[in-house]
Design a protein around this ligand. Sequence first.
Ligand code: SF4
Length: 287
Amino acid sequence: MSSGGGQTTQHDHAPECIYGCDRVSSGCKHCPTCRLRELCGLDGVVERRPMSYWLKLLDPYRVKPVSYVLWCPTSDPCHQRARQWWKDLVEIMVARPDVLFCILTKRLENASQLIEQFGPLPNLWLGTSFENQQSLERRARELFAIPAAGYILSGQPLLSPVDMTPYLGNKKLYHVLAGREIGDNARPCNNEWLRSIETQCSQYPLEFSITHYTDANGKAVTVQKKNQTGSNNPRYPGYNPNYRNMPTIGEMMGLQRFLQLPAGYRPPKPEALTKLRARMRVVLPTN
Ligand code: SF4
């Protein structure tokens, strides 16, 4: 799920195997996914692309152990039109118990059905975003009612100050994000609102990340971009996900403790990989 004003950052990989969404709240007003697809006349269409779907879907199969993977940032994997592909996502997550996956969604009733259908996977965290106090209260309550392995709350795009203290005590809330809206016509966000969330979170043993803030000229600044050199990432200086010898974001966040794996564990080959290979095989004609 896009955050309405820009993608959620701080993850190792974000496979975009499903595209498209439609707006569900005021936080979605300037959603880049919707704006782009409106231009193409595809607003509200949720789709997968024939070949890239399999390649993107299998991305998490290739990642390093203890990676932090965010599913489909330019869509909502819990959109009602995406449910036909849930089985594929679940298959990869089951095949990689050494990777921590996250689904961000505003469609929590559908997320609840996903968990009901496939069970609470030990390596899947569910998250939702909020833009103001009212949406935080409603969505946090709905999120915590779903028996997921872990929860994420994402305050982006943040449109007003919020009091998160009633929700921060949840033992399964492991990650809180906050950030302003980005892009053309981005709505203003006072850095004090972000700082206030940081202060509230500092009282609890959870990970907190700011994704975008406002500079002195009122412009949005992105704290961390995927695949950048990392030198301007104040949280993890020097981190570059392209260097093989660098730890994953998941390792740096200490996600190992959520992935209890037997010694010498090797991930099995998922059925989707076999399907992809079969599709890519060139059958030569007989002479
Ligand atoms: S739910 Fe997310 S992806 Fe869908 S319209 Fe809203 S911000 Fe965009």
